[in-house]
Design a protein around this ligand. Structure first.
Ligand code: FE2
Length: 230
């Protein structure tokens, strides 16, 4: 299997390129528009045919490369059914299969960071977007987020996955590349709570500033801007 994890230093975003092997179909998760040429180069070097691109949610801290990649490769654009993006080709529901050659992802609706956030399970690993991060969790105070929904997504969906499942988030700010469900369950300070109310109390009092690019990024991602429109 080809599994490339790429890091955008400006927004600390992780982007993933997945394929069953050289010369086969590929899928990209959470691309950053400025890095499109890098993705295309990797795809070319591995002789991969990009057929699907997924955004886990409408990002607020960077402009997604979803529409630019689709424009350049004709791949299908996928988000969850709650996404308000104007350029999505395939809206997935909870527990739906997304297939490319020899690879299958299962969608898990995990609202809370935003109301359109999905996670995607691929065998031994799960792409968690910004709902579950390494040693922390995604904020819930904008973009129709909800600390109560986040609690449900975390405790009743993601933490119920097998403990050895690898966790690959959309961001990390401490140079950590992945975690496991077991590690997050036992060590993530935000997850050491005993009730929904306790989690909401933490999340509703974080008082963090909005991302610098928030207004620009959200609007761009709803419209699905391409490089020539920036
Ligand atoms: Fe986010």
């Amino acid at each position: 299997m080809i599994f490339e994890q790429l890091f955008d230093t400006k927004s600390s975003t992780y982007t993933y390129i997945v394929s069953s092997g050289k010369g086969r179909e590929a899928l990209v998760i959470d691309p950053v528009i400025e890095n499109t040429n890098e993705y295309i180069k990797i795809l070319k070097n591995l002789d991969l045919k990009l057929v699907k691109v997924i955004d886990t949610h409408i990002h607020a801290d960077h402009i997604s490369g979803l529409n630019e990649l689709s424009k350049r490769t004709k791949c299908s654009k996928i988000m969850g059914e709650h996404s308000s993006s104007e350029v999505i080709d395939i809206h997935v529901k909870d527990n739906e299969k997304i297939k490319i050659e020899n690879i299958e992802l299962i969608s898990i609706y995990t609202p809370g960071h935003t109301d359109c956030s999905y996670s995607f399970l691929m065998n031994d690993r799960v792409f968690t977007g910004d709902i579950l991060l390494i040693n922390t969790t995604g904020r819930t105070d904008f973009q129709s987020g909800s600390s109560y929904d986040a609690y449900d997504s975390l405790f009743n969906r993601l933490l119920k996955l097998p403990e050895k499942t690898l966790v690959y988030p959309a961001h990390d700010y401490n140079e950590k590349k992945y975690s496991t469900i077991e590690n997050e369950k036992n060590n993530n300070p935000r997850l050491q709570v005993s009730s929904k109310e306790e989690y909401a109390e933490i999340m509703d009092n974080l008082n963090i500033e909005n991302p610098e690019m928030m207004d620009v990024a959200v609007q761009a991602n709803l419209k699905g801007l391409t490089l020539d429109q920036l």
